[in-house]
Design a protein around this ligand. Structure first.
Ligand code: DOR
Ligand code: ZN
Length: 346
């Protein structure tokens, strides 16, 4: 197959930041994607419906005429008002709520420490049908960073889901076989997003032959067996797994320094990367479900009507190494192999 025509895809997990960074990187997503779930981990975080509405307006202003719909989220804190969440959802301002365990990742200091304190919010969300997006890692100092996702499933996610069976949960950016198995074990109300970069890199990519800051993200890439489990889940046609890129730009000075910020910036070449991964698995016929159908179905959104056409070429496709933004250059994720697919029409 050398030409693919897909329903226009959506990105169910995206960091667009704010200000000059937003202006510089938002077009990279809007070029190929129709909609994206927008992460609320700004500084300060987006915690109220009014703040989400204001942030959405800033995103719209950064993308005039792009035909891109930002789907907003609220950052869950121990002080979140259940009534504000429900009102913002009813008003169409937010699509979901995001749970960060406190300290788990970039700008997560206001996240949840005591899960009992957010029970009333979960109850209201279950009742009103507001989905919960979860960063699934424990933050306890004694838990090894490579085990934080699997421990989170046992200690936090499963108990929360049992306590609130009506809550629709998206386990975001899954990185382990354990998470894939857990999602498969649930009969309803649980989906998972998978990033493009976790389909491509493992922890050797990050650490062997020198540390590669542009491969450092959270959850951190795991062993090869876990990457293979993610590839299998993404290409299997199982509708519980869908694309959420977690494209997370940081300027190069924040990546190439003593304490590197977490995040891979993939927005520019997500679709070529995915086409290559699916082609390698002989699963190009399943790409459309993963990028354009299953996520929308899980969220109860209409599927997009537009199309995205991709073409395969024998010579490698050239992508920019960096995107220059008013907030400094941002390095584009380099998979370490040539890409042969490109988007020819959106
Ligand atoms: O690698 C990551 N970067 N993981 C996250 O959860 C947050 C994100 C960011 O905001 O930079
Ligand atoms: Zn993220």
């Amino acid at each position: 197959m050398t030409r693919l025509s897909l329903t226009r895809p959506d990105d169910f997990h995206l960091h667009l930041r704010d200000g000059a960074m937003l202006a510089g990187i938002a077009p990279e997503s809007a070029r190929d994607f129709a909609r994206a779930i927008i992460m609320p981990n700004l500084v300060p975080p987006v915690v109220t419906g009014a703040q989400a509405a204001a942030y959405r307006a800033r995103i719209d202003a950064a993308l005039p005429g792009a035909g891109f719909t930002p789907l907003m989220t609220l950052y869950l804190t121990e002080d979140t008002d259940p009534a504000d969440v429900v009102a913002a959802h009813r008003a169409g301002i937010i699509t979901a709520v995001k749970l960060y365990p406190a300290g788990a990742t970039t700008n997560s200091a206001s996240g949840v420490r005591d899960f009992d304190r957010v029970r009333p919010v979960f109850e209201a969300m279950a009742e009103a049908g507001v989905p919960l997006c979860v960063h699934g890692e424990v933050t306890d100092a004694e838990i090894d960073i490579f085990d934080r996702e699997s421990v989170f499933i046992d200690r936090v996610l499963d108990p929360v889901r049992r306590a609130h069976p009506g809550l629709r949960v998206i386990m975001e950016h899954v990185t382990t076989q354990d998470a894939v198995d857990y999602v498969r074990s649930a009969d309803q109300g649980l989906g998972a997003t998978i990033t493009a970069h976790h389909l491509v890199i493992n922890r050797n990519s990050l650490l062997v032959g020198g540390m590669r800051p542009h491969y450092y993200c959270l959850p951190v890439a795991k062993r090869e067996i876990h990457r293979l489990a993610l590839v299998e889940a993404a290409t299997s046609g199982d509708a519980r797994f869908f694309l959420g890129t977690d494209s997370a730009p940081h300027s190069d000075d924040r990546k190439e320094c003593e304490c590197c910020a977490a995040g891979c910036f993939t927005a520019t070449n997500t679709m070529p990367l995915l086409a290559q991964v699916f082609e390698r698995e002989d699963a190009l016929d399943r790409l459309e479900g993963f990028v354009a159908h299953y996520g929308a179905d899980f969220y109860g959104l209409p599927r997009n009507r537009g199309t995205l056409v991709m073409e395969r070429q024998d010579t490698p496709v050239a992508f920019p190494a960096k995107i220059d933004t008013g907030a400094g250059p941002v390095t584009v994720f380099n998979p370490g192999f040539d890409l042969h697919w490109r988007v020819v029409a959106g």
